[in-house]
Design a protein around this ligand. Sequence first.
Ligand code: NAP
Length: 334
Amino acid sequence: MAFRAYLVERNDDGSVNRSLTTLEPEQLHDGEVTIKVEWSSVNYKDALATIPNGGVARVSPLVPGVDLAGTVVASTDPGISTGEPVIAHAYDLGVSHHGGFAELARVPASWVVPMPDGLTARDAMAIGTAGYTSALSIERLESRGLQPGDGPVLVTGATGGVGSTAVAMLAARGYEVVGSTGKHEEHAYLRELGAAGVLDRSETVADSGRALERERWAAAVDCVGGATLAYVLRTLRYGAAVAASGNTGGRELHTTVFPFILRGVDLIGIDSVNTPIDRRRAVWRRLATDLRPPHLEDSIAREVALDDVGAVLDDIRDGRVRGRVVVRVGDGGG
Ligand SMILES: NC(=O)c1ccc[n+]([C@@H]2O[C@H](COP(=O)([O-])OP(=O)(O)OC[C@H]3O[C@@H](n4cnc5c(N)ncnc54)[C@H](OP(=O)(O)O)[C@@H]3O)[C@@H](O)[C@H]2O)c1
């Protein structure tokens, strides 16, 4: 049966058409599991997938949406049953495989995460790839030895999807969190999430002729990259680490070797896209329990219908969104 989908098509001249349209199930890409999508979410990567030269979309036409949650309506995989609530995100979803901004999705069984007990489809999308990436960042820092009481942990891009969930998760685990943000009007929001302090973005992007600065941070979660990541490296304490996941502030990194060879700091790369599925399922079980972001409902900045996704994509591309945006697809459901 035909279903509604938000579709992006690249034209020969490089421009992009975005529209809400109708697709037939046969137009979906291959996969063992067909899912009635109930909720999705909007990430920075989705914004890049829908603009010319965004560098994310690998096929045209494409249903974007790197996150989805819903109910299995057909499955040829013996491990996944019809009626099962599930999550799928990342891998090629919304990049070279039709994603979450549609009422129906079909994905390989090896991308499917059973919905952990205690999470609804809406909860899972309030967390989404952003919260999953924060969880991976925290897991890596803690497995390296970070613990509450070690000192201030800096979260950059703190009002965004990855940043805001990292602030909330770290604060709930007892860390002293400092959020850096370019949004002057959102300092109170960061404190509500649990930040003990707020740093203005101007400080983290300022030019510095120095290879090292005062040691401040016991660890950092950075989703901004560019000059901000260079600042983090210059200011981490001796032996500390930064978990780096993003590039909203630029893809280039101009730094020196001194943070590494004089302070023994570590730069940990975080990739949420190709995590092996068993690890992904385990992290989602933690996202439903000890890493569950507190105040999940409050972390939702906006709830939009499929019809309104286009406007949100522009806002998130321009850095105008704080927190998470969830998309009610179809009738929403669980
Ligand atoms: N490695 C992975 O697996 C992975 C997974 C998910 C996301 N990501 C990446 O992580 C980044 C954040 O994703 P998201 O979904 O959280 O995006 P988002 O919701 O748009 O948040 C990004 C935040 O970055 C800050 N920012 C924006 N433009 C900036 C600039 N020019 N300079 C400095 N800071 C700027 C803003 O925070 P403030 O206004 O508070 O400063 C913004 O809210 C993106 O680059 C995304 O592609 C990577």
